[in-house]
Write a protein that binds this ligand. Structure first.
Ligand code: F6P
Length: 528
């Protein structure tokens, strides 16, 4: 693992800077006219995923310089370090091995311990528990069938399973309802519990650390509910609680029976944890075999990422395109627009994945850096977004590169709806690029065009393809972080706010805080 690298000192970076300075007048439409082969040349098919990146402000020279940048950077070295289990999360001194969860057969060791048996055991436990719940063999304390499952967790312990359960709704168990509770806002848990029967409710507490304020309070509230309704004193001996955690001792201290804890490990980052036992609600919802297919798709993408040449490597290409916009064309954000309602939570999921990983301003050597790193990730489904924020994308003053993602065949839709959905996506991508202007057009009707987009198609929204898609984005983020020479796997930026919330809510109250916070605190206290 290389720590001393500044991408801005490379020859490729300088070439890209001068290409960017000369690119003001370069139009994507002209690039298509100049090269009839542009579309096939700028399209990559991998298994059932197709990426068309031809509608970007990228010429052959830019692309070549971007690949040169990747080759001058420690990317290839970082990829091997990650897959080999080196402690690349330097500030926490941890290996980063979510990829091993998708390929337990690789004989890796961490701290002289074989990973394979641990991973295989946890998967076997997930298979068993999910089968028991799906087959009505796991019942509540009064013997009734489980009908409702609450996943309590936040961040990576919520977004991954929630997003995947939504995306794979096509395969969901017909008699099980899932509720995902994350926010400490009591209205969320209390309104959920209000409509549920405790006898038929199972709670999955998902927390890597089992110390997260929101998760512990929501769990305590749920324990109270069981006590008040069923007289269950705590989770002990109750079939109503399962814990998924890297801190089993903390879960046991909370009263969760040891054999109802499924472990994962500190070498699985929170935002990379849906592949671990944190994915239990997915396995319950769609069945363990489909959870395995999700892992298989991600594993296939891992192999592609590790082995394909950079020029044909999907995560590398997506990462480099993002670097071009962030570091050379000064784009501040990146939009993700799934043209698939079931992928509605993908933008939120990718927000955590990308912004918690690459929202950094210190490099691996611990030095402050002076170039842009991770962009703001945002978005929502098309066509909904078209009727909300696409105005800015077409006519606003900001450059917003984007990924438009769609599923070619959708058995849950019908040909009429699906044709219109996909037609809209293609029309938007074309309109953003070509724009519309002629001499007689009033200014407010001018579309300047030249606005870039990637189109990413999946033949179908299968567990396997979805696994591959998520792994593609994980590795895209890693490509960028490696070139920026930052640690993608820590998240120190979230700590200060947590600490100050504890101070404010603790003994000293708002003493020592700034005047604005003090006044607001007192205002709220006075009114409540
Ligand atoms: O505060 C951020 C964070 O640590 C995320 O990285 C993580 O996914 C989330 O909180 C939840 O943490 P835990 O799984 O330990 O409850």
């Amino acid at each position: 693992m290389t720590h001393n690298f500044d991408p801005s000192t490379t020859q490729a970076w300088k070439t890209l800077q001068s290409l960017a300075a000369n690119s003001a007048d370069q139009s994507i439409s002209d690039l298509f006219e100049q090269d009839p082969q542009r579309q096939p040349k700028y399209t990559l098919q991998w298994q059932e995923l197709l990426l068309d990146f031809s509608k970007n402000r990228i010429s052959d020279e830019v692309l070549t310089a971007l690949f040169d940048l990747a080759k001058e950077s420690p990317l290839a070295n970082h990829i091997e370090s990650m897959f080999n289990g080196e402690r690349i999360n330097t500030t926490e001194d941890r290996a980063v091995l979510h990829t091993a969860l998708r390929d337990p057969a690789t004989a890796l060791q961490v701290d002289s311990e074989d990973l394979a048996p641990k991973i295989v055991n946890a998967l076997a436990k997930m298979a068993l528990v999910s089968r028991q719940i799906r087959n009505d063999e796991w019942r509540g304390s009064t013997g009734k069938t489980i009908t409702d499952i609450i996943n309590i967790g936040i961040g990576g312990s919520d977004l991954g399973p929630k997003m995947i359960c939504g995306a794979l709704a096509e395969y969901a168990h017909p008699a099980l309802n899932f509720h995902f509770i994350s926010n400490v806002d009591g209205a969320e848990i209390l309104t959920t519990l209000r409509d549920l029967n405790p006898e038929t409710t199972l709670v999955i507490v998902s927390s890597k650390t089992f110390t997260t304020q929101e998760t512990l309070l929501n769990t305590a509230t749920t324990l109270n509910w069981f006590e008040q309704t069923l007289g269950l004193k705590n989770a002990q001996n109750s079939r109503h609680f399962i814990a998924l955690t890297a801190s089993p001792e903390n879960a046991m201290r909370f009263g969760i029976p040891e054999d109802q804890i499924i472990e994962f490990w500190d070498w699985v980052g929170g935002r990379y944890s849906l592949w671990s036992s944190i994915g239990l609600s997915i396995a319950i919802a769609v069945g363990f075999d489909r959870f395995q297919q999700l892992l298989d798709g991600a594993n296939a993408m891992d192999k592609h990422f590790r082995n394909a040449p950079m020029e044909q490597n999907l995560p590398v290409i997506l990462g480099l395109i993002g670097i071009w916009y962030s570091n050379f064309l000064d784009a501040q954000s990146h939009a993700v627009i799934p043209y698939c309602e079931r992928l509605g939570l993908l933008p939120s999921y990718l927000q955590q994945l990308d912004m918690e990983s690459n929202g950094k301003s210190v490099n691996l050597a611990g030095e402050r850096i002076h170039y842009n790193t991770g962009p703001i990730i945002w978005g929502q489904t098309g066509t909904n977004g078209q009727h909300a924020f696409f105005q800015l994308l077409h006519q606003g003053t900001r450059l917003v590169p984007m990924d438009l993602i769609a599923v070619v065949n959708d058995p849950l839709s019908n040909p009429q709806h699906h044709r219109i959905l996909l037609g809209n996506m293609l029309a938007q991508s074309a309109a953003l690029m070509s724009g519309q202007q002629d001499d007689n057009t009033a200014e407010h009707k001018v579309y300047e065009g030249n606005r870039p987009s990637n189109v990413l198609l999946m033949d179908q929204l299968s567990p396997y393809n979805l696994g591959a898609l998520i792994a593609l984005y994980e590795h895209k983020v890693f490509v960028q972080g490696s070139i920026w020479n930052i640690n993608c796997f820590d998240q120190w930026g979230v700590e200060l706010g947590k600490k100050m919330a504890n101070e404010l809510l603790g003994g000293d109250g708002v003493d020592g805080f700034d005047p604005s916070t003090e006044a607001l605190f007192k205002y709220i206290e006075g009114k409540s």
